[in-house]
Design a protein around this ligand. Sequence first.
Ligand code: CA
Length: 188
Amino acid sequence: MKKTALALTALLMLLPLAGCAEARGYVYSPAIENAYFERGDLTGWTVTGDFSVTEDPDGRLGAETRYLAQSSAEGTGELVSSSFTLGGTGYLSFLIGAGEGCYVDVCEGDTVLLRVENPYFAQYGDGRMRRVLIDLRPKIGQDIVLKIVDICSDSEYAYINVDDFDVNVTETDLAAYKGTGAVVLSWQ
Ligand SMILES: [Ca+2]
């Protein structure tokens, strides 16, 4: 009985990892807790206002995993990551969708290094998430925080969808992300 339980626990721990690697086709090394919201809640993030976790069963929102984080069109709010030391290639990457009156601030302490608005929204005008790459190479070794901010509540797309915060981008993943045609935004 005990053995079975242990085996089952081990299997359950492995399944999500195997699933992610297969679906994405690249290696993924999260450096912040619950970086892609697969706990099904906002554990590891500091939430104020109207942010929650939701599912994307039909793939309409472009989620590459089961869960994503989302604010609401009617409300506002802020979702703040834990602090992390920028490593890897010095790039960040995440998925972003919708976002009228919303943005992601890439911060060093209290300083906003870069304000990222959904670069795809003008073209597509939808809630689907698409990948961005942030070139932060001069900040390798510095402590970074991400703030997802929704300050708007008066339009259909006045919410933001986000997922897959990769803050430890390897060379392999960088090539894979670039291969998806991700928009690259640079600090400085
Ligand atoms: Ca996810």
